[in-house]
Design a protein around this ligand. Sequence first.
Ligand code: C5P
Length: 315
Amino acid sequence: MKQARRRLVVPAYAKVNLGLEVLGLREDGYHELRTLFQAVALHDDVIIEPRASGVTIECAHPAVPCDERNLAVRAAQALLRYAGVKRGLALTLVKRIPVAGGLGGGSSDAAAVLMALDALFKLNLGTTGLYPIARRLGADVPFFLFGGTALGLGRGDEIYPLRRQIESQVVIVDAGRAVSTPAVFRRIDGGLTPRENSSTIYRFVSSDLDGSAAYQILTNELEKAAFEEAPELAGVVRRARTLMRGAGAFFASLSGSGSSVFGLFDDAHSARRAVERLRSTGMTAHRCRTVSLDRYQRAWERALRVAGARPTWSQ
Ligand code: C5P
C-alpha cells in the first residue's frame, strides 16, 4: 500500500433537521425516526497527519474530550483496524459547530475522518464501504457521508438523498447550552404512542419543497422533551424562532434534540437582518447557507486533491 505523508485539512459540516418524527421505541433501544437532514456550511476543520502508530487528538474547545471518548478517534481506530492499516494518526479539531447542540458536530467530525482516511490511504471503500463502519459509530454519522438534503429513516441512519436539494440561507442560534440526546429520548418514552409511519415528512418530501406552505407541516417531536430536559431553553428557543420568523424566515425550528435553533431564509438580506436582531438581544447567531449534495461533494474533492486522492462517491 502506498504510504501517505501529507497533512490533510478536511471540512466537517453541521446538519439541521427539517422536521423530526419519533414513531416508536425499537428493540435495539433506539427510536424509529423519520427526519429530513440538511447539511449547512457552518463547519469544523479536521486536520489529519499520519504518524507511525497510535491515534492522538487535540482540540482547544474545553467541552471536547481529547481521548477515546471522542468519536473522531473511534472513527480513525475503527477504519485503521478494518483496513489493516498499520499506521497511526494525529488528529486536530478546529471546532466551530456548537458542542451537543443538535447540529451533529461530533458525528460529522467522525464521518470526515472516515472519508479522509479512505482517500489518504487509498482504500477505495467509498460511501458503500464506509457506511457500515459509520452506522456502528452513531446514528447521525452515515448522513455525513452524503451531505445535502436527505431523508433519514430507521435510527436516522438509513439515508436517502433527495433529487430536489434545498437551497437557502440559514441562520443558526447557539443557545449556549449542551443538551444530552439520550436524556431527551428517554423523556419521550412515557408519552410515546407507537405508530406505523410518518404523517408529515413523507408529505413534505413528496411536495415540491417550494414555498413556505410546504414547511408549515413539519414539526420536531423532540422539542417538548428537550424543553423538559432544559427548561431554560424554552424561552430562548421561542424568542429566537419568533424573531427569525419576524425577520422573514420561511421555516424556523429546534435542530435535533437541541439546543440550537435555526431559520431558513430566501435571501441573504433577510438572514443578515435576523442575525443583527438576534445579536442585539444578546444571542449568538451565525449566518451560512445550505450545502447541497453537489456542493458537499465538490468541497470534499477540493480538500482531498491535496492528498492526490478523490472520494469514491457511490451515489
Ligand atoms: O447513535 P448516537 O450515539 O449518536 O445516539 C445518541 C443517543 O441518542 C443514543 O444512545 C440513544 O439514546 C438516542 N437515540 C435514539 N434513537 C435514535 C437515535 C439516537 O434513542 N434513532
